[in-house]
Design a protein around this ligand. Structure first.
Ligand SMILES: [Zn+2]
Length: 116
C-alpha cells in the first residue's frame, strides 16, 4: 500500500538530451524506512539511488543559494556559513522544504554509512 507522505515539490532532472527539465515529484513512504519518489512522466525513482551529497540539487529552489555556501561540500545542516540556511532565515526557502531535505538527507546518510 502506497501512502503519500509529503509532496516535496518540483525537482530538476536532466533528460536524455542533457537538458534540465523540472517535474513535480511526490515522496512516498512504503515502509518504515523505504521511500519512493514518484515523478509523473518518469519512472519511479528509488530515493536511495540519490547520493546524500547530491540531494540538494533535487530541491530546485536551493540552487540559487548553494553558491553562497562557504564549502563546496556543504551539507547545509551543521555548517555556519551556509547559503541555504541563510535563505531559510530570510524566508526565501520554506521551512517545510528544508525539513524534508534534512529528513531525507539523514536517511540517505544512514543508508550510506551502513552499507559496509
Ligand atoms: Zn550550505
Amino acid at each position: 500500500m502506497k501512502k503519500e507522505m509529503t509532496n516535496i515539490g518540483e525537482i530538476s532532472k536532466k533528460n536524455k538530451a542533457g537538458k534540465n527539465t523540472t517535474t513535480d515529484i511526490s515522496l512516498y513512504e512504503l515502509e518504515n524506512d523505504t521511500y519512493l519518489l514518484d515523478t509523473p512522466g518518469f519512472q519511479t525513482i528509488d530515493i536511495y539511488e540519490i547520493e546524500s551529497r547530491e540531494l540538494a540539487k533535487y530541491f530546485i529552489e536551493f540552487k540559487d543559494y548553494i553558491q553562497n555556501c562557504e564549502y563546496v561540500s556543504c551539507t547545509h545542516i551543521k555548517e555556519e556559513k551556509c547559503g541555504i540556511k541563510n535563505a531559510l532565515k530570510d524566508g526565501k526557502i520554506s521551512k517545510e522544504r528544508y525539513e524534508n531535505y534534512i529528513k531525507i538527507y539523514n536517511d540517505l546518510k544512514d543508508k550510506e554509512e551502513h552499507k559496509w
